[in-house]
Design a protein around this ligand. Structure first.
Ligand SMILES: [Zn+2]
Length: 431
């Protein structure tokens, strides 16, 4: 297929034309939340880029009243997002430990061995598949970003640099490859053509094979007001109800689900072929029922989320304005992607935060996208001795408060913005 032909196919995609649901094609008529215009949240700027034009895209989140898929239009092409992906999963030690425990448990549960094949989609730098090697389970990674894929190859994890979908699945099957296990962790949100991706998994799966997928749970996102975890690179946000409909659509069956604490509350779902012999765990129906009880089939529940986000914005700004009026010095902690959604939505720039700090040296000397807050090494907090430290990666707040407890020595306090602004005085906490 030549490039022109690809463009024609893409233009037939209803979500690209801005009218239909990415999963079921229903016309989208309901807004979850409109976070205004924002630059892509990973576009950290160098000093020489500060007086150049920055691209802004809408963060207007819609919800489908037929399949309940929460979604953004695809403003950024996956090629832009994935081609030189800067995030290496192995940098996060807790995430690697999470992956290791999963590999050991799933090998036992499915009885995987030397004649099995485990395939991970968006396998990153092999942070997960590497743990199957000592267990004697053959693996194959599929990863579109060439630089992280080469890090996987160095670990001895065979990896294909490609985008996954029906085309690649058919090619793999033609080469004699079929999977006993297909893994997709935190990739579903970034897939522009969901139906092609899931159909590809069905093609690649052995008749009794199992698919496991992890993703942030929209029920937790809404309940805990995590509107800042919405950004352009994530096109889709899932409930179990949506996953169930998606599975049925593709001849798959939801056989189990687990709730995980990762990313503010995630689900790990297990899918098998519709005609397979896998029994369905009771947890599936229990969670589907709970989502219904929590109103996830009611458009009114989704509509009220926007009010919550607006209230969090007003509360945070009211706090920052009164602190500044009292002459207080405020800085940030962390420069995560989600921090940039929050900062841009609330219009918090260097007029409120003198600077922020981050552990990642790549970000030092750069500026946050849109709001242009300077990013410094962690030690800058000790030099500046601010009155307040606003924690942007709030999901890591316990760890950060422990590490930065010493700010109590000059009377400083932590501020956590989500779900609603909270001030924490470390001198009142046990060390
Ligand atoms: Zn839909």
């Amino acid at each position: 297929m030549n490039i022109q032909a690809v463009e024609v196919v893409r233009d037939q995609n209803p979500i690209r034309r801005g009218v239909g649901c990415r999963l079921c094609g229903t016309r989208l008529r309901h807004t979850l939340v409109d976070l205004g215009m924002s630059p892509p949240c990973e576009n950290f700027l160098r000093a020489d880029q500060l007086d150049q034009v920055e691209l802004y895209y809408p963060l207007n989140v819609l919800v489908c009243d037929t399949c309940y898929l929460v979604q953004l239009k695809e403003y950024m092409s996956p090629e832009t997002i994935f081609s030189e992906y800067a995030y290496f999963s192995s940098f996060s030690t807790s995430w690697v430990a999470h992956a290791k425990a999963y590999c050991e448990a799933i090998t036992k549960r499915l009885g995987l061995g030397s004649d099995s094949l485990a395939v991970e989609l968006a396998s990153n730098d092999g942070y997960l598949l590497q743990h199957f090697l000592p267990l004697g389970v053959p693996v194959l990674g599929v990863e579109p970003a060439a630089n992280v894929a080469s890090a996987a190859l160095e670990k001895g994890v065979p990896t294909r640099v490609d985008f996954f979908g029906v085309r690649l699945a058919l090619q793999m099957v033609a080469e004699g490859l079929r999977a006993d296990l297909i893994i997709g962790n935190n990739v579903l949100a970034q897939v522009p053509d969901l139906n092609d991706f899931v159909a590809g998994m069905k093609v690649l799966l052995k008749p009794e094979g199992v698919i496991t997928i992890e993703f942030p749970h929209i029920e937790r996102l809404m309940a805990e007001n995590q509107f800042d975890t919405i950004y352009h690179e994530h096109f889709s946000y899932f409930s179990l109800l949506t996953i169930d409909l998606m599975a049925t659509r593709h001849g798959l069956r939801l056989i189990d689900v687990e709730e995980l604490p990762t990313h503010g509350g995630s689900l790990r779902i297990y899918l098998a072929n519709e005609e397979s012999s896998w029994p369905v765990n009771d947890r599936v129906q229990l969670l589907l029922d709970r989502e219904k009880r929590h109103g996830l089939t009611d458009m009114g529940t989704y509509a009220s989320f926007g009010d919550k986000a607006q209230r969090a914005k007003r509360d945070l700004l009211a706090f920052l304005i009164s602190a500044k009026n009292e002459g207080k010095k405020i800085c940030g902690y962390g420069a995560p992607g989600k921090g940039n959604t929050l900062l841009n939505y609330c219009a918090i720039g260097p007029d409120f935060l003198d600077f922020t700090v981050d552990r990642n040296p790549y970000k030092h000397g750069r500026f946050t996208p849109g709001m242009h807050i300077p990013i410094k090494p962690i030690e800058a907090i000790d030099h500046a001795k601010p009155d307040y430290v606003l924690i942007l990666p709030w999901n890591l707040k316990d760890e950060i408060i422990k590490q930065m407890h010493h700010i109590a020595s000059w009377g400083a306090k932590f501020v956590v913005p989500i779900p609603f602004v909270t001030v924490i005085d470390p001198s009142e906490l046990p060390r």
